[in-house]
Design a protein around this ligand. Structure first.
Ligand code: PHE
Length: 345
């Protein structure tokens, strides 16, 4: 057995594997050089017939060549697979726009609250809040709704099972209870706004919802320092900035137990500017909410001395503002849970 032949097989095999250009030709080469019927395998099988000296020489040589060829085969396989990949099909277009991750976003009412807070903090107001679940005291009693007074019927209330409790609890029907809560811990002068969730036990339609948001304002100073004129001025400044056009406020006499005098307040129609259009039903004004000068009894309930301070308050529905700003026809859309509506904002 010539050792030259073995070395020759190694050289031939290395060259052959190096020039293989398909997986198919690779398989043929493996059969030819490393297969059961290959020359090398034949030589290995014949080892047993050789003399011990020849065995010592040929054995390691054949094994070595086999190893070299097995490695050549493996690297050829890797190369062939790499070369046969369809690079064109795998090309990445680095100029393609990215795919947007689905992200949540703010609810339209939250955006409106943020916007309103921005405007008022710019005017030097502080933002205050209170609990959604209120006591009868804060929601009614301290706001000068005497027990069993018919004025309580003005607000359809969700009462909470209150057996065994110190008093009756309820879902607040307006943000006005926060007036009392704030005054209990602060001394005038101050100006606050209170955006918050409110509840009314009433049947719903396009302009009524059982769960909605109000926006309260309370400005208190020494007697004589805060007037209806300030109320009108602040309201007009706010609405003009919020709607991006000059808005006028109109006050009409009305009644709320916690203000005196009390007003219903309208703003000039933000669609026609007051000329009259379908949105304001031709009258040029849109009703917004309630307002007035704080009742001295309310100051007393909050622990202030009677007659020392004077202030104004107002409260209106936030959804109403959003509906005007974004031309939303139905107030039930806000809490309705239909994401197609929410996603438009
Ligand atoms: N709290 C009243 C309501 O919900 C609105 C209001 C607030 C009126 C402040 C006057 C002053 O109807």
């Amino acid at each position: 057995m010539s050792t030259e032949r073995i070395v020759e097989i190694g050289e031939e095999g290395k060259k052959a594997f190096a020039s293989a250009d398909s997986e198919e030709s690779l398989r043929e080469l493996e059969v030819r050089f490393l297969g059961r019927k290959s020359e090398l395998t034949g030589i290995l099988k014949g080892l047993k017939d050789l003399s011990p000296d020849e065995k010592r020489e040929v054995g390691p040589l054949v094994q070595g060549v086999r190893t070299v060829l097995a490695e050549a085969s493996a690297s050829a396989k890797e190369r062939v697979q790499r070369e046969s990949r369809d690079w064109e099909a795998e090309r990445i277009d680095v100029t393609a726009p990215g795919m947007a991750d689905p992200l949540g976003h703010l609810h339209p009412v939250t955006s409106i609250i943020n916007e309103v807070e921005d405007i008022f903090t710019g005017l030097g107001f502080e933002v205050a809040d209170g609990p959604d679940l209120e006591s009868d005291f804060y929601n009614f009693e301290a706001l000068n709704f005497p027990a069993d007074h018919p004025a309580r019927d003005m607000q359809d209330t969700f009462f909470i099972e209150s057996d065994g409790l110190d008093q009756r609890y309820l879902l607040r029907t307006h943000t006005s209870p926060v007036q009392i809560r704030y005054m209990e811990t602060h001394t005038p002068p101050f100006r606050i706004i209170v955006p918050g969730r409110t509840f009314r036990n009433e049947s719903t339609d396009a302009t009524h919802e059982h769960t909605f948001h109000q926006f309260e304002s309370l400005v208190v100073g020494e007697r004589g320092d805060v007037t209806v004129g300030h109320l009108k001025y602040v309201a007009e400044s706010f609405f003009s900035e919020f709607f991006g056009r000059a808005v006028t406020v109109r006050l009409r006499p009305s009644y709320f137990p916690f203000v005196e005098p009390g007003f219903e307040f309208d703003i000039s129609c933000v669609f026609c500017g007051g000329d009259g259009c379908p949105s304001c039903k031709g009258v040029g004004w849109i009703e917004i909410g309630g307002a007035g000068m704080v009742q001295q009894k309310v100051f007393e309930a909050a622990g202030y001395p009677r007659g020392k301070y004077q202030g104004f308050a107002w409260g209106f529905g936030l959804e109403r503002l959003a509906m005007m700003k974004y031309r939303i026809p139905d107030t039930r859309s806000f809490m309705g849970g239909d994401l197609r509506f929410i996603r438009q904002f």
